[in-house]
Write a protein that binds this ligand. Structure first.
Ligand SMILES: Nc1nc2c(c(=O)[nH]1)N[C@H]1C(S)=C(S)[C@@H](COP(=O)(O)O)O[C@H]1N2
Ligand SMILES: [Mo]
Length: 432
C-alpha cells in the first residue's frame, strides 16, 4: 500500500481546521485540552486524533488546505487524497443527495487508469476456475440475454473514516467521504455463476481487471480481491454497467464492474475482465497480510501487528454523517435553532437509530430517520436542534445498527492500515 499524505493527515477529520479558523492557535489548544485525554496503551502521540494538536508544545504551523480534485466530469468540491494512484473523497456536506450524483461520487484507484474503451459491447468477461462450464461473454451479450435490474446501494471504501485513528494509520486519510450511494444497473452476479455451474469445491471468488499496476508492469494486477461464495451469490451482488441511468463511466470502472454492497469497496472490482472461482480464500493483491483485514484479538494501537491475528474484513460498520450544515458553517448571532440533515448506513445491516448531540455527547436527541428504498440503500435523516446561546458548538452524530452496535467516540480496533474506523461524525459550527 502506498503511503499518501492526505489533508490533515496528522489530525484527523478537518474539524481542527475549522476550530483554527474560529479560534486561532491558542483557542485551539485550550479547546483540545478541555476535551482531549490520554489514550491508554497508545503508541507515540497517544491522544485521540481529533485532539492530537493539543498535546503539541506550541501551536503547529497551519497545515496545507485541502487540495481540490480537477477531473473531467467531477465536482471541484471533491478533495484530492492522492494523484498517483488517483484518489478523491467527497466532503460530507456534498453527500446531501438521496442518490449521489456521478460528479460527486468518490474515486479510489490502486493502479493506473485504463484507457476508455471505444466499444463497450465488445468488452469480454470470463468465468473460470471451479466451474463446470467456463464462460466467455461480451458485455453486449450480457445486456441482451439478461433483464437489467437497478438498485440504489452504498459503495464504501474499507478505509473510510481512517483519519480518525490514533496513532495515524497507513493509507489515504479519508474522513467519511470514501462512500457514495448510486443507482446501479446490471444483473446479479449469481445468474452468471449459476450458468457456469459451480463445482462442489467452489468456495471463493477472485476478481481481475484491466487496470495496470502502478509500476505499469504487464500482467501484474493492481488489486485482485474476492468474496466468499455466499456473498457472491447474494442477489444484491451485481455485475454493473449503468450508474445513475448512464453508462458506467470509465473512472468508476466502466464499461463493467462488480458491486458487492455492504462490504469493503475493494471487493467491487472495476473494469472487470475475469472472475476465477477458487476452492479457498483468494490470495491476490489486497487480500493478504494487513490489506482489508482486521485483528481477531484487538492489538495495541501502533504496536507490532501479527499477520496470523488478522482476518478478512467483510461487512462495513455502521456510520452516520451530518450533511448539513457543513463543517465550519457560521450562523448569525441570535440563531437559536439549527435544521440538520444527514445520512447513515450500516454495511450488510440497516440503521435502527441515529442520535445527535450539540454538547459534546452529554445529552443526545433522536433524529427522524428514513427507511432505505431497498437493501443497501443509505438512510437519510433530519433533526432540529436548539442552541442555548451564541458561540462555538459541535454537532455530533452517532448511528446504531439493526443489531444494536453504535458508532464509538473514537475509531476502535486499531489496525496498521486503518480499516473499519467509524467514529461518530463531528462538525463544528459558530453562531455569532
Ligand atoms: N480494478 C480495480 N477495481 C477497484 C479498485 C482498483 O484500484 N482497481 N479500487 C477498489 C476500491 S479500494 C474501491 S473503494 C472502489 C472505489 O470505486 P470508485 O472509484 O468507483 O468509487 O473500487 C474498487 N475496485
Ligand atoms: Mo477502497
Amino acid at each position: 500500500m502506498v503511503r499518501e499524505t492526505g489533508r490533515n493527515a496528522a489530525n484527523g477529520n478537518g474539524l481542527e481546521a475549522s476550530r483554527r479558523g474560529f479560534l486561532g492557535g491558542t483557542g485551539l489548544v485550550a479547546m483540545g485540552a478541555a476535551i482531549g485525554g490520554a489514550l491508554p496503551l497508545a503508541g507515540a502521540g497517544g491522544v485521540p486524533s481529533a485532539h492530537a494538536q493539543a498535546a503539541a508544545p506550541a501551536p503547529p504551523a497551519a497545515p496545507k488546505g485541502p487540495q481540490n480534485l480537477k477531473f473531467p466530469g467531477k465536482s471541484e468540491g471533491l478533495v484530492l487524497l492522492g494523484d498517483r494512484p488517483l484518489v478523491a473523497e467527497t466532503p460530507e456536506n456534498l453527500l446531501d443527495d438521496d442518490t449521489t450524483p456521478i460528479e460527486k461520487f468518490f474515486i479510489r484507484n490502486n493502479g493506473q487508469l485504463p484507457e476508455e474503451t471505444k466499444n463497450p459491447d465488445a468488452w469480454k468477461i470470463a468465468i473460470d476456475g471451479e466451474v463446470n462450464n467456463k464462460i466467455e461473454i461480451t458485455l453486449g451479450e450480457l445486456k441482451s440475454k439478461h433483464k437489467a435490474v437497478t438498485r440504489r446501494m452504498v459503495l464504501e471504501c474499507g478505509g473510510n473514516g481512517r483519519s480518525a485513528f490514533s496513532p495515524p494509520a497507513r493509507g489515504n486519510q479519508w474522513t467519511n467521504g470514501g462512500a457514495g450511494c448510486a443507482e446501479w444497473t446490471g444483473m446479479p452476479l449469481a445468474d452468471l455463476l449459476k450458468a457456469a455451474g459451480l463445482k462442489q469445491t467452489a468456495k471463493y471468488t477472485a476478481h481481475y481487471s484491466a487496470d495496470l499496476h502502478l509500476s505499469g508492469e504487464a500482467g501484474k494486477p493492481s488489486i485482485s480481491r474476492g468474496v466468499r461464495l455466499e456473498k457472491a451469490l447474494d442477489p444484491h451482488t451485481m455485475i454493473v454497467w449503468g450508474m445513475n441511468g448512464k453508462p458506467l463511466p470509465n473512472i468508476h470502472g466502466g464499461p463493467v464492474r462488480l458491486i458487492v454492497p455492504g462490504w469493503a469497496g475493494s471487493a467491487s472490482q472495476k473494469w472487470l475482465t475475469r472472475i476465477t472461482i477458487r476452492d479457498r480464500e483468494h490470495d491476490g493483491p489486497g487480500m493478504t497480510e494487513f490489506s482489508y483485514r482486521l485483528p481477531i484479538k484487538p492489538m495495541v494501537p501502533g504496536g507490532k501487528a501479527d499477520p496470523a491475528n488478522f482476518r478478512v474484513m467483510e461487512s462495513m460498520p455502521v456510520r452516520s454523517i451530518v450533511t448539513s450544515p457543513a463543517n465550519g458553517a457560521k450562523f448569525a448571532a441570535g440563531t437559536k435553532e439549527l435544521k440538520l440533515r444527514g445520512a447513515s448506513w450500516a454495511g450488510d445491516l440497516t440503521v435502527r437509530q441515529v442520535d445527535v448531540s450539540t454538547d459534546f455527547g452529554a445529552t443526545w436527541q433522536r433524529v427522524k430517520l428514513d427507511k432505505p428504498k431497498n437493501k443497501y440503500d443509505l438512510q437519510r435523516w433530519t433533526a432540529t436542534v436548539k442552541l442555548p446561546s451564541d458561540g462555538y458548538f459541535e454537532i455530533w452524530s452517532r448511528a446504531t445498527d439493526s443489531k444494536g452496535a453504535m458508532q464509538p467516540h473514537q475509531a476502535g480496533l486499531w489496525n496498521p492500515q486503518g480499516y473499519g474506523g467509524n467514529a461518530m461524525h463531528r462538525v463544528a459550527v459558530l453562531v455569532g
